[in-house]
Design a protein around this ligand. Structure first.
Ligand code: NDP
Length: 228
């Protein structure tokens, strides 16, 4: 049975990934910072024959990541999805910036994926995949201004995970970066291009097909290569 672990699993694309993997018969480790609020996950778990378990894990906090990962210690993980993210301050911050908020954004979206990867690393083997949620805003081809902290951290995540991909190659662990599309979630808004269902279906296909030769690549949810 395929085992997947998903951060940010309580809503948005993460929740849809949970739903689809449960439907596919997989074992799902759902990682959320507030299990009490994750009612849809609890409903899914109630009908998943024990294949879906829910664990508290705040990606910004070392102790929380270690404790959350330890709850399923010993289970090998085939796919780790680093989904958790926040928008950060949206207006352009040319004149001033909220540096405390910048620190949070960095802790969640740059340190977070590495922290979670480190906690699960002993359970990742040859052929395991780590799928990191990046964004088209990480690319130098993104033609707009604004979103300063978000563009900075997603670009940083991309380069960080490319280094990690190189360092994990001899263990056979595959590291991917995905732009999930502009998706109709709390973050993407109602006007976004695609549904969470379409995004998660595409990303699950990528996760199945990603090869070691393409470890460290940046792809779109639909399989196209994303420019850096
Ligand atoms: P949502 O805003 O719908 O959900 C974000 C998720 O991240 C929530 O489950 C939230 O948990 C979780 N989260 C935030 N901070 C933490 C934390 N410190 N620890 C654990 N979980 C945390 O976002 P989407 O589903 O739309 O986005 C998923 C990913 O895709 C993100 O990384 C985002 O940057 C990226 N992305 C999304 C796009 C879009 O159009 N939607 C476009 C490009 C990239 P909680 O409920 O507790 O707040």
């Amino acid at each position: 049975m395929t085992t997947v672990a998903i951060t940010g699993a309580g809503r948005g694309i993460g929740l849809e990934l949970v739903r689809q993997h449960v439907d596919a018969g997989d074992r799902v480790i759902a990682l959320v910072r507030n299990p009490e609020k994750a009612r849809e996950l609890a409903d899914l778990a109630a009908t998943a024959d024990g294949r879906l378990t829910i664990h508290r894990l705040d990606v910004a906090d070392d102790a929380s990541v270690k404790a959350g990962a330890a709850e399923t210690a010993g289970e090998a993980v085939d796919v780790l999805y680093n989904v958790a993210g926040v928008s950060g301050p949206v207006p352009a911050e040319l004149e001033s910036a909220d540096w405390a908020e910048w620190d949070d954004v960095f802790r969640i979206m740059v340190q977070g994926p590495l922290r979670v990867l480190q906690a699960f690393l002993p359970r990742l083997g040859a052929g395991s995949k780590v799928i990191n949620f990046s964004s088209q805003l990480a690319a130098s081809t993104w033609p707009y201004g604004g979103y300063y902290s978000y563009v900075a951290v997603k670009a940083g995540l991309n380069r960080l995970m490319r280094s990690v991909a190189i360092d994990l190659k001899d263990r056979g662990v595959i590291v991917g970066l995905v732009h999930p599309g502009w998706v109709q979630t709390d973050m993407g808004g109602e006007a976004a291009d695609i549904t969470p269902v379409e995004s998660a279906e595409g990303i699950r296909k990528l996760a199945r097909e990603w090869t070691l030769e393409r470890s460290g690549d940046f792809l779109k949810w639909n399989g196209e290569t994303h420019p850096w």
